[in-house]
Write a protein that binds this ligand. Structure first.
Ligand SMILES: *Cc1c(COP(=O)(O)O)cnc(C)c1O
Length: 421
């Protein structure tokens, strides 16, 4: 459920007509609903109650400071994968003891920044990384709290680019080697072992792969404890999928996911961490765009928008589907027609949808891409020298620009021409 609904024939974000925002901010822009973000966060924390737990929002899905502040103020932790994300969480007021640092290639510099600022836990993914972290922490007179990310060799049955829990993926250490790796971690002077971490992929639409992975983690917890390790925390990753179409997909609900966690690892007396990104942010955002031209092609009509693959890359990168809806609701009984919906970028890959059924559209009409809150703005670029797309946050009947559209001068001003040219 989200808060993007038609009222009086016009698509609203909560109580604000998106066309009003378009008139003020220009197009394209991302718009997020505070009520939807809050609701999704609460669903997870309610699903895990009464287990001791921390819901760490995966910042990489949507990293605007205003969104992080909103979630952080509700008590959310943050899952970060770079020093930049760590500093974003801190700038949004999230204390270090609610920040988990994931990622397969943390540099020593990134480790230092997080240790200096305070960190709940590093999820380490390899022995060389473990040794580096121990060195960095020791040199600062500290011990770094860690969980080791294990790769459970489970097929997440999702898009190949976002599956992370098979043994051929680059993530984590093979679960069979865990005893050996934990023994080394326990012996390293700069580390303190806190628990186990697992994350098997993104946009999972079934619970079964989670179940397989979490059962393996439960079994491993027993084994490591028998070997003398104190396993206090289990970080179970993110990855729960969302419906990208209104009709046929029905991914599991956070309540079912919570019940699965209780069933598989709830008896172990561990504090549970989860790292959802997409399920919190995905349906909390839309990308609004204007039709520049309607072009009649050979046997097809093209809807040429002012948004492009640089603003929302998921369709060209993953072949992802986003529902596209007009901001002005079509009158009942209006006949749809197929359009190829494209952006202005000079690549055939800059295609959002083929033969998409829409009511008849005209130059100047506004459309919204639904479910664009996750992996939308964060993956945007300035390809084709198109200034970064701005972001807007709505709460109730008011909205604020939470990232302004850069001017052309700002964009050009970041380059410099050496004096010897
Ligand atoms: C990407 C990622 C997440 C979030 O995944 P979602 O599918 O957005 O929930 C969580 N944890 C780690 C380690 C990740 O890499």
């Amino acid at each position: 459920m989200d808060h993007f609904l038609y009222r009086n024939g016009s698509l609203h974000a909560e109580e604000v007509p998106l066309s009003d925002i378009a008139a003020t901010v220009g197009t394209p822009f991302y718009c997020y609903s505070a009520a939807t973000l809050e609701r999704h966060y609460r669903l997870f924390t309610e699903a895990l109650t009464p287990l001791p737990h921390l819901v760490c929002f995966a910042i990489k899905s949507l990293s605007n400071l205003a969104v992080l502040k909103l979630l952080g103020d509700l008590g959310a932790g943050m899952d970060v994968v770079s020093a930049g994300e760590y500093l974003r969480a801190r700038a949004a007021g999230v204390p270090g003891d609610r920040i988990v640092f994931s990622g397969v290639g943390k540099t020593r510099e990134e480790m230092r920044i997080a240790l200096e600022g305070g960190i709940r836990q590093f999820n380490v993914e390899s022995e060389p990384e473990m040794r580096a972290l121990s060195e960095v922490a020791s040199s600062m007179g500290l011990r770094a709290p860690i969980a080791v990310r294990v790769n459970p060799d489970v097929d997440a049955r999702t898009h190949e680019k976002i599956a992370t829990g098979k043994k051929e993926n680059k993530f984590g250490i093979p679960i069979e080697r865990a005893s050996e790796v934990y023994a080394e971690a326990a012996a390293l002077p700069g580390l303190e072992v806190m628990g186990i971490d697992v994350h098997i992929g993104s946009q999972l639409t079934e619970l079964e792969p989670f179940e397989q992975a979490y059962l393996k983690v439960a079994e491993l917890t027993g084994r490591l404890r028998a070997e003398g390790h104190e396993i206090r925390r289990l970080d179970l990753g993110g990855g729960l999928g969302i419906p990208y179409t209104r009709s046929n997909e029905a991914p599991p609900l956070p309540t079912d996911y919570g019940a699965l966690i209780k069933r598989t690892v709830g008896h172990l007396g561990c504090e549970i961490e989860i790292e959802p990104g997409r399920l919190i942010s995905g349906n909390s955002g839309v990308l609004v765009s204007r039709v520049i031209y309607v072009k009649n092609g050979e046997g097809r009509d093209f809807l040429i928008l002012d948004a492009a693959m640089n603003d929302l890359v998921r369709p060209s990168m993953y072949g992802a589907h986003h529902d596209i809806v007009p901001l002005a609701e079509a009158a009942p009984g209006t006949e749809s027609q197929p359009y190829d919906v494209v952006g202005p970028v000079c690549e055939t890959g800059d295609t959002f949808a083929k033969a998409r059924a829409l009511p008849p559209m005209a130059e100047g009409d506004l459309v919204a891409f639904r479910s664009a809150g996750a992996y939308g703005a964060v993956m945007a670029s300035e390809y084709n020298s198109r200034p970064l797309v701005p972001e807007v946050l709505v709460r109730g009947d008011h909205f604020a620009v939470i990232r302004a559209r850069p001017t052309f001068d700002e964009m050009l001003g970041r380059d410099s021409i050496p004096e010897w040219l």
